[in-house]
Each structure stands twice: as structure tokens, then as C-alpha cells.
Design a protein around this ligand. Structure first.
Ligand SMILES: NC(=O)c1ccc[n+]([C@@H]2O[C@H](COP(=O)([O-])OP(=O)(O)OC[C@H]3O[C@@H](n4cnc5c(N)ncnc54)[C@H](OP(=O)(O)O)[C@@H]3O)[C@@H](O)[C@H]2O)c1
Length: 252
């Protein structure tokens, strides 16, 4: 009996990177329907949908800017029309841009917090009734190694946002366990994808590889494999954890 068969997953930020890999992996596991959220990259969402359909699942794409409450409500509203949800993967997030204390603005602070924390909180609030109605399921949040080490240069508020994600994961794990909803998080180290193409130089990434016992950066699939595990009953006694996936770069 395939436990994923006929289940529905919602993956935010699934137009590329970790989210796209998770959406496709959940379809490959047997989910009947995968909802692909995206913001600015419809072509990526389309590619993810093609891979989801090739794996035999129904794919639905929804656009929303999760740095605003309007966008969060739009996504929640459109998902509400689609019936029960079993797995919510709160993956969408960004550093937005690097800024040290002296360079920071109130607007940047709010955007980083709204995208990485506020939208995760209120989207989860909106989706939990649909998971409950479906008989329970799992929420997997995407934190970051930055939550543990304070982040790289100019990433302090992003790190603080991700620390909030890890704390929310613990609080919600306790609150939602009686509803048969397990909440956990993954905490990637440095993933070889679009995120660091935007925010890090080649030299910095080479330095990370040298300092990583595994001898390489993470792949999107290194992270999505753990997301699938945290959705599955193989992790049924794991609640409120943030799993560090960083090749040994930072051990806690
Ligand atoms: N890459 C890493 O090394 C790393 C390390 C630790 C944690 N993380 C976390 O992992 C998660 C996934 O990132 P990734 O590595 O896969 O990066 P990515 O390839 O840049 O993907 C980011 C995803 O988030 C979406 N997103 C960004 N801004 C958004 C907004 N304003 N509204 C809605 N969606 C938005 C993007 O949508 P569009 O492209 O459609 O705009 C995209 O699908 C993030 O939470 C990130 O903070 C990444």
C-alpha cells in the first residue's frame, strides 16, 4: 500500500530549486495531486507541472507574491477551492538582498520577515483546516543553516527569520499533534542552485566546499529527499525537529 497514493501536496516556491524538486519527488512517490505555487517564474512552474504530470499526478499552478498578505490570502483562497490537503511544504523564501546593519532599511526588514515568516504562519493557519478535513498529514517548513550560525555577511535578518521558522516549527508541532498533523523543518546548508547564483560568489562557494566534510555543495534532491521522509509515516515519531542538511559543514 503506497501511503502517498491519492494524497494532495501544496509546495510553495516550487518554480525552481528545492521546492520544484520536492513537488516532483512527492508526485513520484505517488501523490495524486501536487499544487505548485510560484511567484515570478511561470516558466519554472510549467516545467515542474510537466514533470509532475509525467510522474502520473495531477498538477495545478498558482501564482502569488508571498511577501504581501494580499498574496498569501490569494494563494490560500485559490487552494481552498481545491479540497483536502495532506502535505504543506512551506518552502518559498529568500534573502532578498544582502545588507549590513548600517545599510538596512525598514522596508527590507519587513519584506524579509513577511516572505519568510509572516506568510508561512498565515498560510499554515489557512491550510490546517484542509489538512484536518483530509484526516491529518504533515507540514514541512524550510529553515536554514543561517538560523543556527547567524548567516553570512549581510544576512542577519534572513537568519533571524529562519530562526523564527525553526521556533514556529516547534510550537506548531505541539499545537497540531492532536489534530494528527506533524510539523517539522529541514535546514539546508549551501545548495548549488539559483539562490546562491543570486547571493554568493563562485569564490565563496568554493570556500564552502573546502570547509564541508562531504566535499560538495548540497543538491536540491538532498533536501527534497528529507522533505519526502518528513511527510512519510517513516518519520511518524519525529515532531518539531529541524533537520540540518549541510554535509557536515556545521554540526549542532
Ligand atoms: N539555496 C540554499 O542554499 C538555501 C539554504 C538554506 C535555506 N534555503 C531556503 O530554501 C528555500 C527554497 O530556496 P531555494 O534554495 O530553492 O531558492 P530558489 O531556487 O531561489 O527558489 C526560491 C523559491 O521561492 C519563491 N519565492 C521567492 N520570493 C518569493 C515571493 N516574494 N513570493 C512567493 N514566492 C517567492 C521563488 O518563486 P519564483 O522563482 O517563482 O519567483 C522560488 O520558487 C527558501 O526558503 C530558502 O530561504 C536555501
Amino acid at each position: 500500500m503506497n501511503e502517498f497514493k491519492g494524497k494532495t501536496a501544496l509546495v510553495t516556491g516550487a518554480s525552481r530549486g528545492i521546492g520544484a524538486a520536492a513537488a516532483v519527488a512527492l508526485a513520484a512517490q505517488g501523490c495524486g495531486r501536487v499544487i505548485v505555487h510560484y511567484n515570478s517564474y511561470p516558466e519554472g512552474a510549467e516545467q515542474a507541472l510537466n514533470a509532475i504530470r509525467a510522474a502520473g499526478a495531477e498538477g495545478v499552478a498558482i501564482q502569488a507574491d508571498l511577501s504581501t498578505m494580499e498574496g498569501t490570502r490569494k494563494l490560500a483562497g485559490e487552494v481552498a477551492g481545491l479540497g483536502g490537503i495532506h502535505y504543506l511544504i512551506n518552502n518559498a523564501g529568500s534573502l532578498i538582498r544582502r545588507a549590513t546593519l548600517d545599510q538596512h532599511s525598514e522596508e527590507l526588514f519587513d519584506t524579509v520577515m513577511n516572505l519568510n515568516v509572516k506568510s508561512l504562519w498565515f498560510l499554515t493557519q489557512a491550510i490546517v483546516p484542509a489538512i484536518e478535513a483530509a484526516g491529518g498529514g504533515a507540514v514541512v517548513n524550510v529553515s536554514s543553516i543561517a538560523a543556527r550560525n547567524g548567516g553570512g555577511p549581510g544576512a542577519t535578518i534572513y537568519a533571524a527569520a529562519k530562526a523564527a521558522v525553526s521556533a514556529i516549527t516547534k510550537g506548531l508541532a505541539k499545537e497540531l499533534a492532536p489534530k494528527n498533523i506533524r510539523v517539522n523543518a529541514v535546514s539546508p546548508g549551501t545548495v548549488d542552485n539559483h539562490f546562491h547564483e543570486m547571493f554568493s560568489t563562485k569564490a565563496v562557494l568554493e570556500g564552502v566546499v573546502k570547509a564541508t566534510p562531504a566535499g560538495r555543495l548540497a543538491t536540491n534532491e538532498d533536501i527534497s529527499d528529507c522533505i519526502v521522509f518528513l511527510c512519510s509515516s517513516r518519520s511518524s515519531y519525529i515532531l518539531g525537529q529541524t533537520i540540518e542538511i549541510n554535509g557536515g559543514f556545521y554540526m549542532v
